[in-house]
Ligand binder design. Sequence first.
Ligand code: NAD
Length: 310
Amino acid sequence: MNVLVIGGAGFIASNLVDALLQEGYNLAVIDNLSTGARRSLSSSVKFYNLNILDNTLERAFQEFRPQIVFHYAAQVDVQTSITNPSLDAEANIIGTLRVLQCCTDYGVRKLIYASTAAVYGTPKNLPLTEEHPNNPISFYGLSKLVPEKYIELFSEQYGLEYTILRFSNAYGIRQSSKGEGGVVSAFLSRLLRGENVVIYGDGNHSRDFIYVKDIVSANLQAITLGTNRVYNISCSRQTSINQLLETMCELTGRPFQPTYCPARTGDIVHSRMDNYKARHELGWEPKYSLEHGLEEMINYYFKNRSELQI
Ligand SMILES: NC(=O)c1ccc[n+]([C@@H]2O[C@H](COP(=O)([O-])OP(=O)(O)OC[C@H]3O[C@@H](n4cnc5c(N)ncnc54)[C@H](O)[C@@H]3O)[C@@H](O)[C@H]2O)c1
């Protein structure tokens, strides 16, 4: 089966590409390498270095003829979305529309879309279920939500199948400190260099962290299951930023001495997503506790320090 991963040189999707290769799929990746890196991909993967906003996108679909498309390409920095909402909307909304048009023009069977907890905005209650109202508080949250609506309408109008996966804060190897959830890699690169760690706010705000390998396994399930459905993909466990840093300090043997700076706009105070629907309908469950995932990630970077992105 031909599988196309758009944004496949990035953090989460390059881990997905590794798993898809192991499963034996015929793979191609599209990426403009704005935040991703070619070195994250095996040389055996067919690679199109292009921007999804360019006309060359269509040529890649015409040539490769994918049956399944994973759409991961996005502007992922919340702060950039606030300072430059047009750039953010162009990449995330117009970019997804271009992908959708190619999917319907070239007979793609299913699109799997990487969405986010940011589409919910400030939680009215926790844990967030998929039915929670969508009131994003950042332009990034909005520019990830609007494509969900386009995907649903494209499905209705043209029969394109889809699965929308809303991830909580991801962490794992190849993560940059800039994107969504980049707090783990930001902390780790500083801890491993013996530098001071900065926490925005008082550190009591919390997140629901999920290890990248658990995200990958949910994506693999979505190839055959969960058609025309939306799922939260999370551990459903709340961890404060102070607790996260304490655990990382224990695992790296570094002292807990953060510097606290003012909180940033667009940041939600507490988040935890309910993952019941994904467990029951995708037959998926997260296998990694935060401690287990962090330990694996930290051990990897102890051995491969030069790969840690800042
Ligand atoms: N990291 C998280 O915690 C998290 C949480 C929820 C959702 N997501 C979503 O998962 C997806 C991947 O996130 P990530 O953290 O791996 O980010 P990432 O920046 O590592 O990956 C994005 C990839 O898309 C590519 N890209 C960006 N714009 C492009 C364009 N116009 N044309 C072609 N390629 C382009 C980048 O070069 C990069 O390789 C995003 O859609 C993001 O919204 C991430």
